[in-house]
Design a protein around this ligand. Structure first.
Ligand code: TYM
Length: 338
């Protein structure tokens, strides 16, 4: 008998522009492993509501991201691709998880601390966000969660919440998920500030990010402006002074899939950082060209996109709703099935 394939769940927020960090840290790896696993990929629009959104904009961005993920290679025939708010089990089950999650676990999340420090008025949803994320993962019995480095702490929290539910109600009811962080591309840094990660919330700032829909000229310009240092040595390095060059080399490595030695060989004759920047821009433009073409074609056919998303939502609901219904029985909300 063929061994059972592992289940994979991952998610991405529709707001802010999808950028090279999201692609290299997450989406590229989702695409690569599609045949090996049973996959659920979710556009987490409920997560986007944790900061104020313009409704029309949110609606557009959600559909646009769905098209972009398919353009990147997520195949709806192989993977379940869906929009979080189309599957009511997520919000319903998150409430149940809220009621077993200690407040202190959420207050110590570094992303909450960082984001809330930058806002005048912090919404309850921002604090609660990792509980919703936990439900996303565990309602699908997912074993693996492929994410970039910045989401590791949230997946660890999901493990704690799953274990707590299991110990309160039924051992092994939830699978305890594992984060899967890629070796290359797990932390793409901002081009304008290579000491901080490339971020969706700053993707509109000129020169910060490469957005997947940027035109070639824009990509060249952003790399050209990338912050480096006053030296001229092209080498991988942990030295904070060299973070800019290290980030450019890391991007080149993740885009081309080459080894560090081969990457350095490509720049052996470079006459300074200008050549490095041109080289990174060239491979990035070539990688994005077919993705951008497929995206435009998908956006031109909204009926087909809706059809695919409706299939995804139905598949997702069929898995997650029974799990949440079982939780309701265990927690005393509805009579157990005879
Ligand atoms: P989000 O939308 O911020 O990011 C989507 C994915 O991109 C990765 N990522 C990066 N990787 C490398 N370098 C970067 N600079 C970079 N920036 C972002 C993220 O780690 C993530 O994998 N809470 C999640 C979405 C979510 C989720 C889930 C993920 C909701 N439910 C369940 C996994 C499982 C988020 O906001 O990701």
């Amino acid at each position: 008998m063929e061994p059972q394939k592992k289940r994979v769940f991952s998610g991405i927020q529709p707001t802010g522009n999808i950028h090279l960090g999201n692609y290299l840290g997450a989406v590229k790896n989702w695409v690569a492993k599609q045949d090996e696993k049973v996959n659920f990929f979710c556009i987490v629009d409920l997560h986007s509501l944790t900061v104020p959104q313009d409704p029309a904009d949110l609606r557009f961005q959600t559909r646009s991201l769905a098209a972009m993920l398919i353009a990147c290679g997520i195949d709806p025939q192989k993977s379940t691709l869906f929009i979080q708010s189309h599957v009511s089990a997520h919000a319903e089950g998150a409430w149940l998880l809220n009621c077993i999650t200690p407040l202190g676990w959420l207050q110590r999340m570094t992303q909450f601390k960082d984001k809330s420090a930058k806002q005048e008025s912090v919404l309850t949803g921002l604090l609660d966000y990792p509980v919703l994320m936990t439900g996303d993962i565990i309602f699908y019995d997912a074993h693996e969660v492929p994410v970039g480095e910045d989401q590791k702490q949230h997946v660890e929290l999901a493990r704690d919440i799953a274990q707590r539910f299991n110990s309160l109600y039924e051992e092994e009811f939830f699978i305890v998920p594992e984060p899967v962080i890629p070796e290359v591309g797990a932390r793409v840094m901002g081009l304008d500030d290579p000491t901080n990660k490339m971020s969706k919330s700053l993707a509109h700032v000129r020169g910060h990010a490469i957005r997947l829909l940027d035109e070639p000229k824009e990509i060249e310009r952003s790399f050209k402006r990338a912050v480096t240092d006053s030296g001229n040595e092209i080498a991988f390095s942990d030295d904070p002074e060299k973070a800019g060059v290290n980030n450019l080399l890391g991007i080149y490595k993740a885009v081309t899939g080459k080894s560090e030695a081969d990457v350095l060989a490509d720049f052996a004759n470079a006459r300074g950082y200008g050549d490095l920047k041109k080289g990174v821009a060239a491979v990035t433009i070539e990688m994005l060209r077919p993705i951008q073409e497929r995206y435009q074609a998908l956006m031109a056919d909204p009926v087909e996109l809706d059809r695919l998303l409706a299939i995804g939502a139905a598949q997702a609901q069929a898995i997650s709703q029974p799990k949440v219904d079982q939780m309701k029985q265990m927690m005393g909300l509805v009579p157990p099935r005879r």
